[in-house]
Design a protein around this ligand. Sequence first.
Ligand code: HEC
Length: 107
Amino acid sequence: MKRIYLSSVVVFLTITFTLSCASKTTPTSTPSTDVSVVSKPVISEAAILAGHQLFDQNCSKCHRLFSPTEFNGKRWVRIIDEMAPRARLNAEDKSKVLAFVLSNAKK
Ligand code: HEC
């Protein structure tokens, strides 16, 4: 069950990032020494950084700023689904915030 869930998160992220990166392909300094990196969509450091900023700016308006480490990935996927509309995040920003919290989520 956990494994199924984790792979669906990976698939979800892969899809959202593929979609969100498709329109503006300017990979800012991707240190790709490994050719296999190119064929595998990765969650970029830039997306996580942007997600961190969006999180700080938009997620403490109604309550304290929660720490990503307070919840595991499964909880965060549900929380962000619920909170993104409240914070009026568009799909791209939502996926960045999700990338940020998941990269720091409780294991
Ligand atoms: C418009 C107000 C509003 C904004 C903006 C908002 N939240 Fe919330 N959030 C709430 C309310 C209300 C609750 C508590 C009630 C609930 O869970 O529905 C809550 C609860 C939470 C919880 C606790 C969930 C739990 O199960 O204990 C987390 C974590 C959270 N929000 C994260 C976020 C994040 C991340 C963002 C930014 C993307 C965000 N919130 C933006 C209103 C908001």
